[in-house]
Write a protein that binds this ligand. Sequence first.
Ligand code: GRF
Length: 242
Amino acid sequence: MVTATGSTEGMNCAQGTCACASAGTLRVAVLVSGRGSNLQALIDAQRRGGMPIELVLVASDKAQAPALRRAERAGIATLALDPRGYTTRAAFDADLFARIGALAPDLIVLAGFMRIIDPAALAPWQGRIINIHPSLLPKYPGLHTHARAIAAGDPTHGATVHYVTAQLDGGPAIAQAQIHIVPGDTPDTLAQRLLAHEHELLVACVDLIARERVRLDGTIVKLDGVALRHPLCIGGDQSPAA
Ligand code: GRF
């Protein structure tokens, strides 16, 4: 794994030390826009021990994102960049990813990062950037996934962790958590029930990547060197249909 120590210029580290990776750990940067419960799941899992990751940066497009406060409390370096300070989306993304790159993460995790990323900024990170999305992709890319699943009369809903490509929520899937939609579910109750499964799913996927068990080979996700024919099923309250 990359263990280079990066610049902390322009960043805030509550402990005063950043990018202090040790050999054998996966250096992880997390991008967030809001609440940060998935980030918290990673922080908690890392703290419990046994997960070979180091959270080297939490970055956001929203300075007020509660997720940044979670990172500060955990002593993780943070970065907030305001897109309104840039003339184009591409310029913002180029700067954001250059600053992230300065810390030499092995993996970037999009955990509730509510922006479409410019393909040019993404390209160097192919196979090293993942996203958690609250639907059983390829169903319901984009927003309002819980409401769309209920409106469609789906019996099940879920979340997907996938590698990020230029196609919105369209990259190769690593794993999914699937849950039942029950009578009376609203978008809020469904989202809330799914969230705990999201946390388990994301932590498990990052752990698999950190242990070098999962990787992207071209457009194919491999587990222990074998191509996945379907996303892995992790957590959830049932197994996905074959
Ligand atoms: C999650 O539902 C995640 O799947 C989606 O955005 C939400 C982020 O929640 N991409 P949180 O900020 O991690 O609590």
